[in-house]
Design a protein around this ligand. Structure first.
Ligand SMILES: [Zn+2]
Length: 160
């Protein structure tokens, strides 16, 4: 049984969009997915990714080492497991542009989880303040950011 899903689409004239979901492990091979495609930009969408393990990180690093520089590579809707790795692992973003990331929130009152998508143009503002999110479930104001802030946003300093 496959632990992940992968969909390849054309976006606009010349962008190849790869949507990945499930567990990013060694069974994800991006290269065969795009082998038959003609494109000048590659966008990888991590919206449905639930987890990324160390084998997945290795696969990713090998892929971008081989392909970055050939064409622009952009990643979008990066879920916390992806953001965690991009902040932790040197080289994760070499030749890669981040379009958007999710911020994880947790309600201290009722345990409800929420996430907020932040676009690249707003990344700088994250260094000084995070979006304020009220709990939709119980109505409590100002949910907690559900990760260690410095660790989560470390990739911002690497890219600068
Ligand atoms: Zn709540």
């Amino acid at each position: 049984m496959s632990t992940h899903t992968a969909t390849v689409k054309k976006e606009g004239q010349d962008t190849c969009l790869v949507e990945l979901g499930g567990i990013f492990d060694q069974t994800i091979e991006i290269e065969p997915l795009i082998a038959d495609q003609t494109f000048s930009k590659l966008v990888i969408d991590f919206d449905q990714i639930k987890r990324m393990n160390s084998s997945g990180v290795r696969i990713w690093l090998l892929f971008i080492q081989k392909h970055s520089g050939k064409y622009p590579i952009e990643i979008r809707k990066c879920q916390p497991p992806i953001v965690e790795q991009m902040s932790l692992i040197d080289g994760f973003l070499d030749g890669v542009t981040v379009q958007s990331i999710y911020l994880p929130y947790l309600c201290a009152n009722c345990g409800n989880e929420a996430s907020v998508l932040v676009e690249a143009k707003d990344f700088e503002s994250l260094k000084t303040e995070l979006p304020v999110v009220d709990c939709e479930s119980c109505g409590a104001p100002k949910m907690d950011f559900d990760y260690i802030e410095d660790a989560y946003f470390h990739f911002l300093n690497k890219n600068a």
